[in-house]
Design a protein. Structure first.
Length: 692
């Protein structure tokens, strides 16, 4: 038996973007492991991706095209079909919709980060829909608020290099459950701690990460900007700022100084729930450090003021000059360092002028209320790939109402019969990461990765790229860009004049599997300014925001459902619900993998014992979590490590696998963030009561 090892990359929506090694014996993958030579992967994979072979060879995997022959929804009946039958039927239906009075804009693609690969996620598919004239999708479901917050302050999604964390003298994990959502950062944190560096976690929940830190600061949800303003108040009041850095490399320092006077520790304590004395001491610790590393994550931007929260925290390292040194600064994402040629991959120039764009976070309204802010023709066809909107989109009941429409034609490219696939007219079998080419950036480190197919496609599965190539041909869409093969696409992605991509060729990536971007070592992006803002400085004052009619200075923008802002609603629904990922799942991916599902057990909701006592709820009891948008059922778990008036329902369970056919998104809303038009999943007031 001959064994070979094939280099690849983890495709999932995680900052770590691990380099993988897949062992193949007689055409079958027999082992997957992390590459020990990769400076960030360091030889191990997370709980989830360790099970990737089980996912690839799962007994329930969709391996042929499937045609629905009965009613839509859970329990739908499908029969196997040939690729020719599937492609002919889908092409005929889409062409008929294109030719109808409503035209091609009544066709909507829906995709996100089921794979982060540039080929299978944003290449031939984009060209296909653009050339067709379909509606565009604003892919907001995760990160846009934070991206805008960083963009308005430092100019781009660029931050401190996580690989340098061992050189930090203070680590603050702010709104991030690192051991679950960024586990390969943790060894770097431990290296820093071994040198005496304090590690502090700021989070409404005492997560498994918080339990491993030196201190947990239990902040109220959605108040992170207020805490950052309070820290800056103390720093300026006590003269702890770096005046030289402020003078040379920032814009609006005097205005910021005036603004933070509104946020003395006593006021901030009332807003955040963090004691005033701890605000003062934390500000001093932060200012007196020389290279504090502040890791923020996307959870803290999933509320009405999320972009401003990220923007405000991003001001901190410039105030004290921590950007000067390795590991100093703030880190949300490193994605803007990867200047791949997305314009060539997407070919947005093929899209007709005036084509509308629909925000994916408003899918419920787009499918049920076409005139409610969406505009244009009704959505008559939905092509879903790399996503599971019937589970992950906000306002679950509205989304399902839309999927139930008999006139809505739905095509789903998938590995499994997900919640969304149950509403499909056609399910098309897609390849997994082990079966196709792709190229990957990272939003957690500075290494690009090439994924080579380790095995032949299982069953009749095809890469997304090939599915859209074949569908385009059946529909009569003629354009040379639709015929580019996958290796050509990789080379096109690398065809960039950006300095960071110099030396990164297809040949070198194929040889090594991964390569560091062509960036200085150590990478200290803003040591001497060089911010990517219009002024080239860290912009405390943003003229761009002023031009948008927004407050140009950092401030505290409360969540939409902040109790003090909506007292009547808070009286009825007094608990703020957070629904960050379960340790075993990645959004709705891996939910059907047996060992991971058994480890997660069932949908749960954690609440403080005093909140439970007031409601007559005991540990392990089934409860109903509800608000005016809907409700779902979960098992109550009582824990001290959560703020009062806060609950945590880790997700995202497939609705079909829960006891009541719903998940946490039955109570989340379609309200959007202050910038970036992102979702507000954690901006959600509920009540919890014992189930009958």
């Amino acid at each position: 038996m001959t064994a070979t090892v094939v280099r690849g990359a983890c495709p999932h929506d995680c900052p770590d973007t691990c380099a993988t090694l897949v062992t193949v014996e007689d055409g079958r993958a027999t082992r997957i492991q992390g590459d020990k030579d990769h400076p960030f992967t360091q030889g191990f994979l997370c709980t989830k991706v360790n099970r990737y072979l089980e996912r690839t060879y799962h007994a329930d995997r969709v391996l042929t095209p499937l045609k629905r022959v009965g009613p839509k929804g859970p329990g739908a009946t499908f029969v196997e079909a040939s690729w020719d039958e599937a492609l002919d039927a889908i092409a005929a239906r889409l062409n008929a919709i294109r030719a109808s009075a409503d035209g091609p804009q009544s066709i909507l693609p829906y995709s996100y980060a089921g794979t982060m690969g540039l080929l299978q996620g944003e290449s031939i598919d984009r060209r296909f829909f653009h050339l067709m004239g379909a509606s565009k999708l604003d892919r907001t479901i995760c990160a846009t608020a934070g991206m805008w917050g960083m963009r308005m302050t430092v100019g781009a999604s660029i931050g401190a290099d996580a690989e340098l964390v061992p050189e930090s003298d203070l680590v603050i994990l702010w709104g991030t459950n690192t051991l679950t959502s960024n586990p390969h950062l943790w060894p770097k944190v431990l290296e820093a701690r071994a040198k005496g560096t304090p590690v502090i976690c700021i989070d409404p929940i005492r997560t498994r990460t918080a339990e491993q830190c030196d201190e947990w600061i239990g902040i109220r949800p959605g108040t992170d900007a207020a805490l950052a303003l309070g820290l800056m108040h103390v720093i300026f009041a006590e003269g702890l700022q770096d005046d030289d850095y402020l003078t040379q490399y920032t814009l609006g320092a005097e205005q910021l100084h005036e603004r933070v006077k509104r946020y003395p520790p006593e006021k901030v304590a009332e807003i955040t729930g963090v004691p005033a004395e701890r605000i003062v001491t934390l500000a001093r610790e932060y200012a007196k450090a020389k290279a504090a590393y502040v890791r923020i994550n996307y959870g803290l931007q999933r509320h009405g003021g999320g972009a401003m929260a990220v923007r405000t925290i991003a001001c901190l390292p410039a105030v004290v000059g921590h950007w000067r040194r390795p590991a100093g600064g703030v880190h949300l994402s490193s994605s803007a360092n990867f200047a791949f040629n997305r314009a060539m991959l997407h070919r947005e120039d093929l899209s007709p002028a005036g084509t509308r764009t629909i925000n994916m976070s408003l899918l419920g309204d787009a499918l049920t209320k076409p005139d409610a802010g969406v505009g244009g023709p009704p959505v008559k066809a939905l092509v879903v790939y790399n996503s599971n909107p019937a589970a992950i989109a906000p306002d679950f009941l509205r989304v399902i109402e839309g999927f139930k429409r008999e006139d809505l034609f739905v095509v789903v490219l998938e590995h499994f019969r997900t919640d969304t696939a149950d509403y499909a007219d056609w399910i098309l079998p897609a390849t997994t990461q082990l079966e196709h080419w792709d190229i990957h950036f990272s939003y957690g480190h500075l290494y690009a990765s090439l994924n080579k197919p380790a095995i032949a496609p299982v069953g009749q599965a095809l890469p997304n790229t090939e599915i859209f190539r074949r569908l385009a041909a059946r529909m009569g869409l003629e354009h040379e860009s639709l015929r580019d093969d996958d290796v050509t696409l990789v080379k096109q992605a690398l065809d960039s004049q950006a300095e960071a991509l110099k030396g990164l060729s297809f040949e070198e990536l194929e040889k090594h599997g991964w390569l560091r971007l062509n960036l200085p070592k150590p990478y200290v992006p803003f040591a001497r300014g060089g911010f990517r803002t219009p002024s080239g400085k860290c912009e405390f004052f943003s003229q761009r925001m002023a031009d948008m009619g927004l407050d140009p200075l950092p401030d505290f923008t409360p969540p939409h459902e902040f109790p003090e802002q909506v007292p009547a609603l808070a009286a009825k629904y007094p608990i703020t619900l957070i629904s960050s990922p379960a340790h075993q799942f990645l959004n709705s991916t891996f939910v059907n993998i047996g060992p991971l599902q058994r480890a997660a057990k069932e949908p749960e909701v954690s609440l403080h014992p005093r909140d439970a006592e007031r409601r007559g709820i005991h540990d392990g009891q089934m409860v109903i979590v509800e608000n005016d948008r809907g409700h779902f059922t979960a098992r109550a778990r009582l824990r001290e490590g959560i703020r009062e008036a806060v609950a945590w329902a880790p997700g995202i369970w497939w609705a079909k696998l829960s006891t009541d056919g719903r998940n946490v998104n039955a109570v989340t809303s379609q309200k959007l963030t202050d910038m970036g038009a992102g979702p507000t999943f954690y901006d959600c007031l509920v009540e919890i009561r014992a189930a009958d």
